[in-house]
Design a protein around this ligand. Structure first.
Ligand SMILES: NC(=O)C1=CN([C@@H]2O[C@H](COP(=O)(O)OP(=O)(O)OC[C@H]3O[C@@H](n4cnc5c(N)ncnc54)[C@H](O)[C@@H]3O)[C@@H](O)[C@H]2O)C=CC1
Ligand SMILES: O=C(CO)COP(=O)(O)O
Length: 415
């Protein structure tokens, strides 16, 4: 009788440890415990190291302890208290989450890399990963943003995949981290559609003329241009099928739907942050829910138009309208997200949104402000700013070119 090859387990590293990164570490760590045949039991969480001190309001505050009186390394505090007191206070992490400030050590031998960094840090962190990951690793990008350069626009999952020469899917949804950390029900969308290529299948051919990130279509970086063919997953690992990826993320309180539209999922997460800023502005003006609904409506139309215009047939309209990563994320982000709250506060206080981010977010980062700039840079390069009046209005408000009070006239269709 034939014996089955000994199966290895996948090692998972969460690259990031902010508000969402720490929440992802918690739920992934719960799932690896539930699936020991698929996943190694320790989940590494890479921490961008900094010093912190336990604040007075914390349940861990103890004036007789060094941690409450002298600055300590954040990774040490997380591993000692099993709590990220800075970015996810009040939530106990499973003991199999190990905070690690050493990036190469954190990703060593990991076959699954879950990227949860603010998008501005992705390129640099990926550059630091080159040569330190196994070549057959797979990525899932939970970061919300886009990557714009003089070469064009690409998804963060593409930016990761092309820099590291790995397949990278995306996870995005109506997912305010603090609610999920408290195990309140939510849904998410995972875009995962890898080429059929474990060692039982041939590696897909890549055109020899492809020249990595330099190859661009008229409007965007060509996602299929890679420096080398993808490396198949060795057959002694469990397959990284959709079902097994679902097992990594699905929890009773975090319901996963898997689709194949990486562009739609990624763009929903990135562009809703611009819409949330607009919603924050009109709410800060005291204009009420109808005004908020109006900017959400226009923003959703621009989101779909943007996807179709620049990502073509790879984007499905239904991803925006039917999945958590689309309209649902716009709604939750325009009710309670950080971009919404900070834009609103900036109107209420008369301070710039950058000052609000600096003084009120305790190190957490907004993604909408830089995304508005990046999307504007890209649209301008295409001469298409006027086709996206809400995205353009948010950019112009951030730049001080127009006032939030002008939003209604700015988004009114022009004959
Ligand atoms: N917080 C949320 O509710 C959700 C966030 N997201 C997305 O997840 C991504 C990550 O956000 P969060 O985890 O919330 O982060 P965060 O905004 O809470 O924290 C900022 C993180 O950036 C790190 N950092 C600071 N400087 C750095 C540097 N130079 N290099 C690398 N890292 C540095 C900090 O250590 C911290 O971990 C973003 O794209 C965000 O849009 C997605 C869904 C929900
Ligand atoms: O992406 C989010 C909810 O899905 C969180 O949005 P903020 O970054 O605006 O808090």
């Amino acid at each position: 009788m034939a014996t089955l090859a000994a199966q290895k387990q996948h090692k998972v590293t969460i690259v990031g440890s902010g508000n969402w990164g720490t929440t992802m570490s918690k739920l992934v760590a719960e799932n690896v415990q539930a699936n020991p045949h698929l996943f190694q039991q320790t989940v590494q969480m890479w921490v961008y190291e900094e010093e912190c001190i336990i604040p007075k309001g914390s349940r861990h505050y103890d004036p007789s302890s060094d941690m409450s009186t002298k600055p300590q390394k954040l990774s040490h505090v997380i591993n000692t208290l099993h709590e990220n007191i800075k970015y996810l206070p009040g939530i106990t992490l499973p003991s199999n989450v190990v905070a690690n400030p050493d990036l190469p050590a954190a990703v060593k031998d990991s076959t699954i890399l879950v990227f949860v960094l603010p998008h501005q840090f992705i390129p640099r962190v990926c550059d630091q990963l080159v040569g330190h990951i196994v070549p057959f690793a797979r990525g899932i990008c939970c970061t919300k943003g886009v990557d714009v350069s003089e070469k064009g626009i690409r998804l963060m999952s593409e930016a990761i995949g092309m820099r590291l020469n790995i397949y990278c899917g995306a996870l995005s949804g109506a997912n305010i981290a603090s609610e999920i950390a408290q195990e309140k029900y939510s849904e998410t969308t995972v875009a995962y559609d890898p080429p059929p290529m474990d060692s039982r299948h041939p590696t897909p051919k890549v055109s020899p003329s492809s020249s990595q990130v330099d190859l661009i279509s008229p409007s965007r970086v060509n996602p299929s241009s890679r420096s080398a063919p993808l490396i198949p997953l060795p057959s002694d690992y469990p397959p990284l099928s959709r079902e097994n990826i679902r097992k990594l993320f699905h929890r009773p309180y975090f319901h996963v739907r898997i689709v194949d539209d990486v562009a739609g999922v990624s763009l929903g997460g990135a562009l809703k942050n611009i819409i949330a800023l607009a919603a924050g502005y009109v709410d800060g003006l005291g204009w009420g829910d109808n005004a908020k609904a109006a900017v959400m409506r226009v923003g959703i139309l621009e989101m779909v138009r943007f996807g179709k215009a620049f990502f073509g047939d790879s984007v499905k309209t239904g991803t925006f309208t039917e999945e958590s990563c689309g309209v649902a994320d716009v709604i939750t982000s325009c009710m309670g997200g950080r971009n919404f709250r900070c834009a609103k506060r900036s109107i209420e206080t008369g301070k710039s949104i950058y000052e609000i981010e600096e003084t009120e977010l305790n190190g957490q980062k907004l993604q909408g402000t830089s995304t508005a700039h990046e999307v504007h840079t890209f649209l301008k390069s295409q001469g298409l700013e006027a086709e996206y009046p809400l995205f353009t209005a948010v950019y112009d408000i951030l730049e001080g070119n127009v006032k939030p009070e002008q939003i209604p006239e700015l988004i009114e269709p022009k004959d």
